[in-house]
Design a protein around this ligand. Structure first.
Ligand SMILES: NC(=O)c1ccc[n+]([C@@H]2O[C@H](COP(=O)([O-])OP(=O)(O)OC[C@H]3O[C@@H](n4cnc5c(N)ncnc54)[C@H](OP(=O)(O)O)[C@@H]3O)[C@@H](O)[C@H]2O)c1
Length: 273
């Protein structure tokens, strides 16, 4: 069906380009105009889409500037992640067990607290990125820990890789004091963390997840919400299992190629294509 000019102008991907001829028909099918110039449909966004996108970006920046985020744990991942938040306009308050590791973040504009409890007291949202379940539990339950200051209106987002039971235990403690909890383990390593390209496997309080999206968008390229607490931890461990199995098969393949008199470099060349 030939569309009228008016119909086409209403399409968001309508574009005119400098080519030869185009016949326009009105809604009854009668030829109403012939002109040089030719109409195409392109992937370029329309002006109204661009304006709407800019307005969304301005709104996102306004929300980010207001958002004060606490960050507990400045290891390989935590340092890169908190640095990304700072570079993207968040106000960040950091804590690390070895306090000297906060210095570099402070040079980039972060504030520092001496205990996890102080960070929670100061910030509405606090992210943790700690080595393992025992570290995650210690930071919440020990003296000067998260539980001492968590209360209604505060959100705690633990992005450490832990087992589902640990996550459930932390969730119960946080929500028991009126706080909200999201687990958000990540898929990706140091480089994706530096580049803000992690994949976030979140679960728990849906409203807190949604409020955290401006931060998640800076930390990662995609955030999944997986339902109840424990699902993020389980998904992360399944992803790790698959990645580990692939790594195992890959290593076996390299050795097998070598023992079969084949070049492992050629095998790599084949695999990357
Ligand atoms: N590295 C990766 O490629 C990668 C990828 C995906 C997910 N992850 C996960 O991300 C999390 C962080 O990994 P990472 O590589 O950043 O580890 P990391 O470099 O070893 O850093 C661990 C952090 O946990 C802190 N910590 C350890 N035990 C503690 C305790 N008992 N109390 C308080 N703080 C404690 C450390 O503090 P100190 O500085 O004082 O030691 C440090 O800040 C882990 O759950 C890991 O499985 C890592």
């Amino acid at each position: 069906m030939i569309k009228s000019f008016a119909q086409m102008q209403n399409e968001s991907n309508f574009r005119e380009q400098n080519c030869k001829y185009f016949n326009f028909k009105d809604d009854n099918g009668s030829l109403i105009r012939k002109r040089s110039g030719f109409v195409t449909f392109s992937d370029q966004p329309s002006l109204s889409t661009i304006i709407a996108e800019r307005e969304r970006e301005r709104e996102r920046s306004r929300r980010v500037r207001k958002m004060e985020v606490g960050f507990l744990g400045l290891g390989i991942m935590g340092k890169a992640m908190s640095m990304n938040l700072l570079k993207n306009g968040f106000k960040v308050t950091v804590w690390n067990r070895t306090l000297s590791k906060c210095d570099e973040l402070v040079e980039h504009g972060a504030s520092v607290c001496e205990t996890p409890a102080e960070v929670i007291k100061k910030c509405k949202y606090t992210i943790a990125m700690l080595s393992d379940p025992s570290a995650a539990l210690s930071v919440v339950f020990d003296k000067d820990g998260v539980l001492e200051q968590i209360c209604e209106g505060k959100g705690y987002i633990d992005m450490s890789t832990v087992d589902a039971e640990t996550s459930v235990k932390i969730n119960e403690a946080i929500t028991g004091k009126g706080g909200r909890f999201v687990e958000g383990p990540v898929s990706g390593s140091k480089k994706p963390a530096e580049d803000g390209q992690l994949i976030i496997l979140a679960a728990g309080d849906k409203a807190l997840f949604e409020e955290s999206i401006p931060a998640f968008d800076v930390l990662g390229k995609k955030s999944f919400f997986l339902g109840q607490v424990g699902n993020g931890a389980k998904m992360k461990l399944i992803v790790n299992m698959i990645m580990g199995s692939m790594m195992n098969a890959f290593s076996e393949g390299l050795v097998l190629a070598d023992k079969s008199g084949l070049s492992s470099n050629t095998l790599l060349d084949i695999l990357v294509r």
